[in-house]
Design a protein around this ligand. Structure first.
Ligand code: ANZ
Ligand code: ZN
Length: 831
C-alpha cells in the first residue's frame, strides 16, 4: 500500500465535486435544512491562515450535517467594497474594481484548493451592481418607512485621507491609517435609526442561547441602557439646564453642575467670553470616546452661574463647563456627586469643591468624606434628609416619584447607542440612491432606475472622493420636478453590505433583493462562525437590519443568526534581527538570520500579522502537505475558541496522521474473519463521541477520538470487526479529511461519493459499559487488575485471579489460605 498522494487526490475530487455540483443547496428538498455560514472574507489579495481555520471549522460542520441527512446551505462570497481597494488605486494606479476582482479570482482558487464543500453557484460580491443595486432598493424601503434620515453632525475628519472616520478608527486622536491629527467637522450625513430598535436589540439577546456570553455582554454594553431621572435646574440668569442621572438617590450629595463644551450654555458663554471660548476650543482637541474621557485629566471652567437645588431653594451649586461631559449622551449636562463618582471626585479635589458622603460605607457615615477614592458600593443613604435610612434603589424610586409629583423631573431611560451614520465620502462603496434638488430636497432615485452604478472613469490622483469630482456623474434631473439636480456622492458604510448578505445567499431573484418565502426556508442562519472582532458592529448591524426588514414586513424572523461561534486566532512566534527589524519565518534558520548570518531574538507568540511578519502563507503549505493535512492541523491542536499556534511540527504531525489513516485503509482488504467485541464497541463510542463533538463545535475533541480509534485499530488483530472499524473510521473522518475519505471510499468499491454518504448509525446497546475492572490483592496489597464482564461468576473470577502470571509468581506455588471475592470489585487472596 503506497503513500497517500494528496495533491493528486485533492485535484481529482475537487474536480468531481465541481462537476457534480455536489454542494449546491437544493431549495426544493424536503430534508431538514441547515444553514452553515462563515463570515465572508474581504478580498485583500490572498487568503491567510485565519481564513483557513475559520472555513475549515464551518466546512466540517457543513459536511457533517449533509451526512446526517440535512439539506445544507453553505455559501461563500466577498465583502468587496472598502478602503484598501482605493488605497491600492492611489498607490499602484490600478482601478479598485480590477484590483478587487483579481483578488477575488486568486482567493477563490485558493479556497477551492482546500476542498471546502461550498455552494459556489450562489457566490456573490458586494461590489457588483447585481448585489449593491438590491441594497439600494432596501435602503429606499427603509427610507420610505422613516428609518433613514439626514442630519448635520460632527464627524471625525481625517484631513489626509479626506474622509470621515468612525470613532473606532480614531486612535489617540489620530486617523488609524494616515496617522494624521483628526479634526472635528460638521457635515450632512445619512443615518439609520438603529436607536428605534435599542430595546428590541437588547431584549433579543436573551433569546440567543447559542451565542457566547461575552459577545452578548459586549452588545449589551454597547447599547448601554441606563434608567434614571431627568430634571431641570433653575439657573441664576433665569434660564435652566436639564441633566440626566442614574443616581437620583445621591441628590443631596451634589456639589456642582457641569455641561459639555458643545452644550448651548457653553456655546453662548464662549460667544461672550474669550476665556470661555479658549476653554471650549481646548476641550475639542481631546478625544471624544468614553474611554478617552475616562482617562484624560478632568478640566473645568467656572461659568459664574449658579443652579438652584431642586429640593432646597436656598442651596446653590456652581455651574462649570467640563471636559468629561459628553454632548452626545443623556442631556449633555450632569450634577456631580464627588463622594460617589470617581470623575466627580477628581474634579472636586482639583477645584476644591465640597465632597459630602450620602451613602454609608459600612459603619462610616460621617458627612465629611476623606480621601480621593469615591465610594461607589452599596449602602444606606445618609445625610440626605427624607431619604436617610433607605437603600439605594428605594431612594431612587422616592426621588423620581417626588420629582414627578412636583413636576420638576421625570423618570427616563437613556442609551449609549447612537444612530448609525452610514455616509462615507469614498468611491468604492454602494452609491446612496438619493438625488438632491434645490426645490424638492432629498428625493429617492425611482426604483426602476436602480441600480445607481458607480462610474468606472474616475481618478485617484488627488485624495478625497472621486465621485464628487467626476465631471458628469452627479448631474441628473430631479425625479420629482425635472429640474437640474445632483446625485448624492456619498457611498454606504461597508457594514451595510454585510448586514444582509446572508439573506441574499438564501434567495437571489434577479428583480428583487430576495424572495421572502424562499429566504424564510433557510433563515435564520443555524451556525455562524467568525472572528470575535465582529462581536459588536457587524453583528449588531446585521441584527438591526434583520429587525428593520421584519418591521417593514419583508422578513418573518427577528434574529439573523441562531448560533454564533467566535473562533480563536492563528498565532506564530515572532522574530527580530540584531538591528531590531521584524523577520519572517522563512528568513530565519536555527536562530540565525539567513541573509546576514547574525543571531536573532525570538519574540512572543502573536496573532499572525503582516506588520510583525509572522505570517505563514497557506498556499505553499497546501502544495507541500495537501489540503487534508492542513485541515486536520487547523482542527487538532487547540479548542476552536482558543488561539492555535502554527508550527512546523504541528503540520508534519497532521501529515503523518493522514498517512497513518491511509495505511489503515489499505489493510481493510485483508482477509478478515471473527469478532472483536471491544473494538466494535469502541467504534460505536467513537461514532457517538465524534458526532457530539462536531455538533458542539469541539473539533479538537473529535480529532482526539479519531486518533484513539486509529491507534486501537492498529493494535487489533485481523477480524471482521476490524475491517468494519476501518470503514467506519473513514466515514467519521470524512468531514475533516474529505479527499482521503473519497479516495478510500472509491477504493473500497462503494458507489457514489462519501460526501453524500450517511453518518454511521450508533447501536445504543454498544454504548453500555458492561465491563468491570477487578482489583486482585494478595494480603490486602494490590497486585494485578482483571477486566471482566459485569456480573461474572465468582468461580470464574477466582480462577482467573489465581491463574494470573503475577499472582502465580507471588504465591510461589503455595496454595492460598483463603480467597475472598467481592463481585464486580475485588479478589483478595490471603496467602
Ligand atoms: C449623578 C451621579 C452620582 C452620577 C453618582 C453617577 C454617580 P451611565 O450609568 O453610564 O448611564 N452622566 C450623565 N450624562 C453624562 C454625559 N453626557 N457625559 C458624562 N457623564 C454623564 O452613567 C450615568 C451617569 O453618568 C449619570 O449619573 C451622570 O452622573 C453621568 F454617585 O449623576 B450621575
Ligand atoms: Zn425637484
Amino acid at each position: 500500500n503506497s503513500r497517500f498522494n494528496a495533491l493528486k487526490a485533492d485535484a481529482h475530487w475537487q474536480r468531481v465535486w465541481d462537476e457534480r455540483q455536489s454542494f449546491a443547496a437544493d431549495g426544493r428538498s424536503t430534508k431538514p435544512r441547515a444553514y452553515v455560514l462563515e463570515m465572508f472574507p474581504y478580498p485583500s489579495g490572498k487568503i491567510h491562515m485565519g481564513h483557513v481555520r475559520n472555513y475549515t471549522m464551518g466546512d466540517v460542520l457543513a459536511r457533517y450535517r449533509r451526512m446526517t441527512g440535512h439539506e445544507v446551505l453553505h455559501p461563500m462570497g466577498w465583502d468587496a467594497f472598502g478602503m484598501p481597494a482605493e488605497n491600492a488605486a492611489m498607490e499602484k494606479g490600478v482601478h479598485p474594481g480590477s484590483w478587487t476582482r483579481a483578488n477575488i479570482a486568486t482567493m477563490k482558487a485558493q479556497l477551492k484548493r482546500l476542498g471546502f464543500a461550498l455552494d459556489w453557484s450562489r457566490e456573490l460580491a458586494t461590489c457588483e451592481p447585481d448585489y449593491y443595486g438590491h441594497e439600494q432598493a432596501l435602503f429606499l424601503d427603509l427610507f420610505a418607512a422613516g428609518l433613514v434620515y439626514r442630519k448635520e453632525s460632527t464627524v471625525n475628519w481625517d484631513p489626509v485621507d479626506m474622509t470621515v472616520l468612525a470613532n473606532e478608527q480614531v486612535i489617540d486622536g489620530r486617523g488609524w491609517r494616515s496617522g494624521a491629527l483628526v479634526e472635528k467637522r460638521k457635515l450632512n450625513q445619512w443615518f439609520l435609526k438603529i436607536t428605534d430598535f435599542a430595546d428590541e436589540l437588547l431584549e433579543g439577546l436573551e433569546s440567543l442561547d447559542q451565542w457566547p456570553d461575552k459577545v452578548k455582554l459586549m452588545q449589551e454594553n454597547w447599547i448601554g441602557r441606563s434608567q434614571g431621572l431627568q430634571f431641570q435646574f433653575a439657573l441664576s440668569d433665569g434660564g435652566s439646564v436639564e441633566v440626566f442621572t442614574t443616581r437620583p438617590d445621591t441628590i443631596f450629595g451634589a456639589s456642582f453642575v457641569a455641561v459639555a463644551a458643545d452644550h448651548p450654555i457653553a456655546q453662548s458663554l464662549a460667544a461672550r467670553s474669550e476665556d470661555a471660548a479658549a476653554f471650549v476650543a481646548r476641550c475639542k482637541q481631546g478625544g471624544t470616546t468614553a474611554a478617552e474621557l475616562e482617562t484624560q485629566e478632568k478640566l473645568g471652567f467656572d461659568t459664574g452661574l449658579t443652579a438652584r437645588h431642586p429640593l432646597d431653594p436656598d442651596w446653590r451649586l456652581p455651574v462649570y463647563i467640563a471636559n468629561f461631559v459628553l454632548m452626545e449622551y443623556g442631556t449633555g449636562a450632569v450634577f456631580g456627586v464627588p463622594a460617589h463618582d470617581q470623575r466627580d471626585m477628581d474634579f472636586a479635589r482639583k477645584y476644591a469643591l465640597p465632597v459630602q458622603r450620602v451613602v454609608a460605607d459600612g459603619e462610616e457615615t460621617a458627612p465629611d468624606f476623606a480621601g480621593d477614592t469615591a465610594f461607589t458600593g452599596a449602602g444606606t443613604i445618609v445625610n440626605s434628609r427624607f431619604l436617610d435610612g433607605l437603600a439605594i434603589e428605594e431612594a431612587k424610586r422616592q426621588v423620581i416619584a417626588r420629582a414627578e409629583a412636583e413636576g420638576w423631573g421625570q423618570g427616563s431611560t437613556v442609551y449609549r447607542l447612537r444612530d448609525w451614520g452610514v455616509s462615507r465620502q469614498r468611491y468604492w462603496g454602494t452609491p446612496i440612491p438619493i438625488i438632491h434638488c434645490d426645490a424638492c430636497g432629498a428625493v429617492p432615485v425611482p426604483k426602476e432606475q436602480l441600480p445607481v452604478v458607480l462610474p468606472d472613469d474616475v481618478s485617484f490622483a488627488i485624495p478625497g472622493n472621486p465621485l464628487d469630482r467626476h465631471p458628469t456623474w452627479k448631474d441628473v434631473a430631479c425625479p420629482t420636478c425635472g429640474a437640474a439636480a445632483r446625485r448624492e456622492t456619498d457611498t454606504l458604510d461597508t457594514f451595510v453590505d454585510s448586514s444582509w448578505y446572508f439573506i441574499r445567499f438564501a434567495s437571489q431573484p434577479k428583480d428583487r433583493p430576495f424572495d421572502p418565502a424562499e429566504a424564510a426556508q433557510w433563515l435564520p442562519v443555524g451556525q455562524y462562525i467568525g472572528g470575535v472582532e465582529h462581536a459588536i458592529l457587524h453583528l449588531l448591524y446585521a441584527r438591526f437590519w434583520t429587525r428593520a426588514l421584519k418591521h417593514i414586513g419583508q422578513l418573518a424572523i427577528a434574529e439573523p443568526f441562531a448560533g454564533l461561534f467566535t473562533q480563536g486566532m492563528v498565532t506564530h512566534e515572532t522574530y527580530k534581527s540584531s538591528d531590531n527589524r521584524w523577520l519572517a519565518p522563512e528568513d530565519v534558520r536555527d536562530g540565525i538570520e539567513i541573509a546576514t548570518g547574525e543571531p536573532i531574538t525570538v519574540g512572543r507568540i502573536e496573532k499572525m500579522s503582516k506588520s510583525k511578519k509572522n505570517t505563514i502563507d497557506p498556499e505553499p503549505i497546501v502544495d507541500q502537505y495537501g489540503a487534508d493535512a492542513v485541515r486536520w492541523f487547523m482542527l487538532s491542536d487547540s479548542p476552536p475558541e482558543r488561539d492555535l499556534e502554527w508550527s512546523e511540527n504541528g503540520i508534519e504531525g497532521a501529515w503523518r496522521f493522514v498517512q497513518r489513516l491511509w495505511r489503515l485503509v489499505g489493510q481493510a482488504e485483508a482477509a478478515a474473519e471473527g469478532d472483536d467485541l471491544a473494538l466494535r464497541k469502541l467504534v460505536h463510542r467513537t461514532t457517538a463521541g465524534v458526532a457530539e463533538a462536531i455538533e458542539g463545535l469541539q473539533f479538537n475533541k473529535a480529532v482526539a477520538l479519531l486518533y484513539t480509534l486509529a491507534g486501537a485499530i492498529e493494535k487489533a488483530p485481523p477480524s471482521a470487526d476490524r475491517r468494519d472499524a476501518i470503514a467506519t473510521m473513514v466515514r467519521l473522518s470524512a468531514p475533516m479529511v474529505p479527499h482521503l475519505a473519497e479516495e478510500a471510499w472509491a477504493a473500497s468499491g462503494q458507489d457514489g461519493l462519501i460526501a453524500d454518504a450517511a453518518w454511521p448509525v450508533v447501536d445504543p446497546a454498544m454504548l453500555v459499559d458492561d465491563e468491570v475492572t477487578i482489583a486482585v490483592q494478595v494480603n490486602g496489597k494490590l497486585r494485578d487488575t482483571l477486566v471482566f464482564a459485569k456480573g461474572a461468576a465468582r468461580e470464574d473470577v477466582e480462577a482467573a485471579a489465581l491463574a494470573s502470571d503475577k499472582i502465580v509468581r507471588i504465591l510461589e506455588g503455595k496454595a492460598p489460605r483463603k480467597v475472598i471475592v467481592v463481585p464486580d470489585r475485588l479478589v483478595n487472596i490471603v496467602a
